[in-house]
Design a protein around this ligand. Structure first.
Ligand code: 3HC
Length: 662
């Protein structure tokens, strides 16, 4: 006999009992069968779940008193996809296509009651049902391309016939999630209801008659496929799966259904084994494990207000990030003119964020900002981040002053990129309250946060950093103290290696092109031109004075000496003509002069040589960082380089590549 449905969903964080409970159960509510998946944390479709689904479905089919069924999930979310932990092994029976087909062929009308996120295989299951109901906050999507694969359980075919090839291509080639309202607009879901379970019971009880049949979506114009193919290829930068996803949608739109289903499955199985998919699975789990020691400290309460000292570009951008997260900010600047400038910068950042759809309007977010000129106004901030000029004397004086006016419990964070945080910590009475929070520009856009842990940093200080990362939805990685921390130190090794190749015969444009073709968003020389060559020049001069670097001039120095500082001076490594980046004869001449001076006969570098040389330099530096205990593990290094420095995600990161080659 089928047990009655209680309609109850496990609360967030509620644990299953110690006794192994089935991950799939069948209950009934009147004449409706209710299949509940309960496989925390995200109801992934493991083999056990797939077996349970087929068995529950079979049992429901055999009950002649049932007229319909509801497919629902316990816990925080509807099914978030296939179980990614199973993907390194061969597919196991029953496969997801078998389960989806069984739902589609069932004599009962199944309605998917969705909440949380219905993603990948989860959405594919919902698409195999005859109706879909979602709660208002639900998000749906096909993120398979982000894992180097495409939907493999009929998703491209069912989605295309339901919402049309254009909308399906947009979802499947980008992996983008959309909300319930947009899903309803494009016909992906039938109903939005506060209580998806109750609404689904009603629809299923009517045998599906309550679902309006949507009109057959119109076919795209013939030119759509070529245009879309160019767009997808450009964005993919060498990643295979988005291109394959578009091909699958095209087949779904043009081939007979059965053939399209088979073709999709073949593509899925091939991609599942690909090097890119393996690398992307590595990154998926590495990102979730990142910053391990932040999880081992007792969780701090949410920060209600954060202090920021310094309202220049970086300070304002950090303040913007905090404000967007819903947290209040007290920003301190030297005088009224500087606070007004900071407020303007923040408002400009917020307007741009509103344009990008990150916030719906500027005013309520800006209302959380207080600007002032006295450090004592930071009294109510449990965490204060300094983002003043990158100069040890200035920062030390500020920390001393903060130490005098703030309560002993306040955590002091520095956003320094290169200065020694230990020296800074020595300027306060209790160095255990100091840590580094290294944001990346622009801080309200970039997802990476390096949390710099000193030997003395206390657990509460680390917990405050962790709370901030959580609130800002940043990917936080813990780093020890060294020049450049993890990311900038590895990028410095990349830059040194690239300059060495310049000296030996390569040109900036050949090096940049090789790295772009490898999948980087931009080359190192064009990036330097964008941010300006003078900051690194000043740092090199400082290091030479301190005896940290040999006093040997570089090609970069030669460019800076003739005022070629990048885009801002209309010339750096490249020339800029009407905003267009072009090769620079002047730079080529300076490089040639430098080579002559060093007595070097130039040689030709192939793209493969360039890439291999730079990757080797990056991984050598990364290994040193690991040996010195600066990074907590190799995966964290991969996460830093991918999330913060544009290392191609589908390559897995420098450590992943180095370890694979061993
Ligand atoms: N399989 C296995 N484990 C998964 C998983 C999945 N599909 N999705 C999430 N997890 C695990 C995470 O590893 C994490 O484990 P941990 O606690 O041990 O670190 C835990 O679930 C919670 O995940 P998050 O930390 O990411 O939790 P969030 O609340 O931040 O995000 C989420 C939830 C939006 C569901 C996010 O986890 C996510 O995007 N998951 C992946 C979704 C996805 O890519 N689905 C497609 C899978 S491929 C597929 O379906 C193929 C099919 O077409 C055949």
């Amino acid at each position: 006999m089928i047990a009655p449905d209680t309609g109850r969903r496990a609360a967030e964080g509620e644990r299953r009992s110690e006794v192994a409970e089935p991950t799939v159960t069948l209950s009934r509510s009147g004449s409706v069968g209710v299949i509940t998946i309960d496989n925390p944390p995200v109801n992934a479709l493991s083999q056990e779940v797939r077996i349970g689904l087929l068995s529950a479905l079979e049992q429901a089919e055999l009950d002649p008193t049932l007229v319909g069924g509801v497919l629902r999930c316990a816990g925080r979310t509807f099914v978030a996809g296939a179980d990614i932990t199973e993907m390194d092994a061969p597919p196991s029976e029953p496969t997801l296509p078998t389960v989806a087909d069984a739902f589609e062929r069932s004599r009962l009308c199944w309605v998917a009651a969705m909440h949380g996120t219905a993603l990948g295989g989860g959405l594919e299951l919902a698409l195999a049902c005859c109706g879909r109901v979602a709660e208002p906050g639900t998000r749906v999507g096909m993120p398979e391309v982000t894992l180097g694969i495409i939907p493999g359980a009929g998703g491209t075919v069912r989605l295309t016939s339901l919402i049309g090839a254009e909308a399906a291509a947009r979802l499947v080639t980008t992996g983008k999630q959309i909300d319930a309202v947009e899903s309803r607009q494009i016909g992906l879901i039938d109903v939005i209801a506060e209580d998806a379970h109750a609404a689904s019971l009603e629809i299923a009880g009517s045998g599906g008659r309550a679902i309006e049949t949507s009109p057959t979506p119109r076919a795209p114009k013939p030119e759509f496929w070529d245009q879309e193919s160019i767009r997808v290829r450009e964005k993919a930068r060498g990643q295979e799966s988005p291109i394959e996803a578009l091909a699958a949608i095209r087949e779904a739109a043009t081939l007979p259904r059965a053939e399209a289903l088979q073709a999709e499955r073949r593509r899925f199985l091939r991609l599942r084994e690909s090097e890119q998919a393996k690398a992307l699975r590595h990154v998926f789990f590495a990102e979730r494990k990142a910053g391990a020691s932040l999880r081992n400290v007792p969780k701090a309460a949410d920060l209600q207000r954060v202090g920021v000292v310094g309202g220049g570009t970086m300070g304002s951008s950090i303040a913007t990030a905090v404000l967007i997260s819903g947290t209040a900010v007290t920003l301190v600047e030297q005088d009224d003119a500087a606070t007004a400038r900071a407020r303007n910068l923040i408002e400009t950042n917020l307007k741009a964020s509103a344009k990008r759809g990150v916030i719906s309007s500027v005013e309520p977010v800006l209302a959380r900002l207080s600007v002032c000129t006295a450090l004592s106004d930071l009294e109510e901030c449990p965490l204060v981040i300094e983002a003043v000029f990158e100069d040890m004397a200035i920062k030390t004086a500020l920390f001393k002053a903060l130490d005098d006016v703030l309560p002993a419990t306040a955590v002091l964070a520095t956003n320094t990129s290169y200065l020694d945080v230990r020296e800074l910590a020595r300027s306060v009475r209790d160095p255990s309250r100091v840590l580094g929070l290294h944001f990346f520009a622009p801080a309200h856009v970039m997802k990476l946060l390096e949390v710099v842990r000193l030997p003395q940093t206390s657990d509460p200080a680390l917990a405050a950093g962790s709370a901030l990362a959580r609130q800002l939805r940043k990917t936080a990685v813990v780093t020890g103290v060294c020049e450049g921390f993890i990311g900038n130190r590895i990028m410095a090794a990349y830059r040194r290696n690239a300059e060495e190749m310049l000296l030996r015969g390569a040109q900036p444009e050949t090096i940049d092109a090789a790295m772009r073709d490898y999948g980087f968003a931009a080359g190192i020389f064009e990036t330097q031109d964008l941010s300006g060559l003078d900051i690194a020049w000043a740092m090199r001069k400082r290091r030479r004075l301190e005896g940290k670097d040999p006093a040997i001039a570089t090609i970069s120095d030669a460019l800076c000496e003739v005022e070629r500082l990048g885009r801002k001076t209309m010339g750096g490594w490249y020339d800029y003509v009407d905003g267009r980046q072009v090769s620079s004869p002047e730079t080529a001449r300076l490089i040639a002069e430098f080579r002559d001076g060093a007595g070097i006969t130039p040689r030709v570098y192939t793209a493969a040589e360039i890439v291999n040389s730079i990757l080797a330099a990056m991984s050598r530096e990364a290994e040193a960082i690991l040996r010195e205990g600066i990074a907590e593990g190799p995966d964290d290094i991969d996460v830093v380089m991918i999330v913060g420095f544009g290392f191609p995600r589908y390559r897995g990161g420098p450590m992943y590549i180095a370890r694979k080659a061993q």
